[in-house]
Design a protein around this ligand. Structure first.
Ligand code: CA
Ligand code: CA
Length: 289
């Protein structure tokens, strides 16, 4: 009895080596199949393993010569596996926004092997499945040939019997372009006293990207609005204006708005100045996040 492979799945052809050297010649070759350790039943050479449950099976062959002498082979044990690996593709989830290098996280389990390796691929969402391109688990979205856009991601795992599981996380937005921003008010450079109150305003957009987080814009502008009625020197204006551009974030840029503790420190500093406990006459230089 020759091994049909281990594990096996789908249709299998059973084979054996038999001989009756110097004798009457082989008359019949009969295969037999049993659940591992169970009772044998006859089995044709064409074995459709999808008709049995996954698990271990014993195979043997009985050869009979023309004279009626028969020999039973030793048993060959093989695993039937017609079940694809259990596969999870946990990150990034479908519909999320990513930038930079992204860790693709997937895991698989199976009867054989216990932990099949997981491979990844990506394509533009508008492309057909044939456009999937392999990538490692570390996916650098900043160097994609097609640039920013909507992508589909695919995880795959294959077991030893060539059963393949596939999971797609679709519509993942890649956004590596920072938003654009321009200050619209005050209209010109500030070099003198500001009227009270002074309105600061900016236009921000993220064309074809993930969009500007309006909350982040407000959090940046709010401290500037507290500069009203204070004399601003050119150098201080430049440092004061820079955070508007630097801190403006969109959901895909990976940059975070100023932290609560940072804002609290600023509020405390403003209260100290108003109560005369600080000698500062200009705006505090914004802390880098
Ligand atoms: Ca399997
Ligand atoms: Ca963007």
């Amino acid at each position: 009895m020759l091994s049909p492979g281990n594990p096996v799945g789908g249709p299998v052809t059973l084979t054996s080596n038999t001989s009756d050297t110097g004798g009457s010649g082989i008359a019949t070759v009969a295969y037999e199949l049993a659940p591992n350790g169970g009772s044998f039943n006859s089995q044709s050479a064409s074995w459709d393993t999808t008709l049995v449950s996954d698990g271990l099976y014993d195979l043997r062959v009985v050869a009979t010569d023309v004279a009626g002498n028969s020999t039973t082979s030793t048993v060959v044990t093989t695993r039937v596996d017609n079940t694809a690996p259990a596969l999870t593709f946990s990150s990034p989830a479908a519909g999320t926004i990513v930038s930079g290098t992204v860790n693709l996280v997937g895991s698989a389990t199976d009867a054989s092997p216990a932990s099949p390796s997981v491979t990844f691929a990506y394509k533009l969402a508008s492309d057909p499945p044939s456009a999937y391109t392999a990538t490692g688990a570390s996916w650098n979205t900043a160097t994609l040939p097609a640039g920013d856009g909507i992508y589909d991601l695919r995880a795959r795992a294959t077991d030893d019997a060539s059963n393949t599981a596939s999971v797609e996380n679709t519509s993942v937005r890649v956004d590596n372009a920072p938003p654009t921003v321009s200050i619209t008010a005050p209209a010109a450079a500030i070099n003198g006293s500001l009227p009270s109150p002074t309105t600061f305003a900016a236009n921000a957009s993220d064309p074809a990207g993930s969009g500007v987080d309006p909350g982040a814009v407000l959090r940046v502008l709010r401290p500037e609005q507290r500069l009203r009625n204070r004399r601003l020197e050119p150098a201080r204006h430049r440092s004061g204006a820079r955070p508007v551009q630097r801190l403006l974030v969109d959901p895909g840029s990976g940059r975070q708005p100023r932290s609560r503790s940072s804002r609290d420190r600023q509020r405390r500093a403003i209260r100290r100045r108003r109560s005369g406990t600080s000698t500062s006459t200009g705006p505090r230089r914004a802390r880098r996040s």
